[in-house]
Design a protein around this ligand. Structure first.
Ligand SMILES: [Zn+2]
Length: 148
């Protein structure tokens, strides 16, 4: 697979990838950033040293941040062998959800009507804001040798 580094070719997809890479760096420090990968079937979101999982992105303009986030999530979960990303507050897996112009990582929460969304690209900001979440995160690091 060839890595597409020319931002002029798919500027919107590169912008979307920047947001996802922010979330990836915030939640999985040290993991290689996402990239757009090209093979004979189309463009994929994955990791240059490893490849990609799932389907090629639909042709533009149909594919936007939501589809890029879907594709990134699929590759990340296969690459990391665990759920990605995870809500910093509840520890639950989240999924992309479009609300108006915005794309959110949607968490179902712990009770009925508790669902909430975090804009894609803002996981880092939330982590530093939420003391509860960072406590939970530290607990998880010590239990899971994969994370350090
Ligand atoms: Zn949550």
């Amino acid at each position: 697979m060839e890595t597409l580094t020319d931002r002029d070719f798919y500027p919107d997809w590169h912008d979307a990838l920047d947001l996802l890479n922010r979330d990836l760096a915030a939640s999985e420090p040290g993991v290689e950033p996402f990239a757009l990968l090209l093979n004979e079937y189309g463009v994929y979101v994955g990791f240059p040293s490893w490849g990609a999982q799932g389907n090629a992105l639909p042709e533009q303009p149909e594919a936007g941040l939501h589809q890029i986030a879907d594709a990134a999530q699929e590759s990340a979960m296969e690459f990391l062998w665990r759920t990605w990303p995870v809500c910093p507050e509840h520890g639950l897996g989240v999924h992309p959800r479009s609300e108006g112009e915005q794309v959110l990582w949607w968490c179902a929460g712990r009770g009925v009507g508790e669902g909430h969304g975090t804009p894609v690209g803002t996981f880092e900001a939330r982590r530093t804001m939420s003391r509860r979440a960072s406590k939970r995160r530290q607990g998880k690091v010590s239990r899971d040798p994969d994370l350090r």
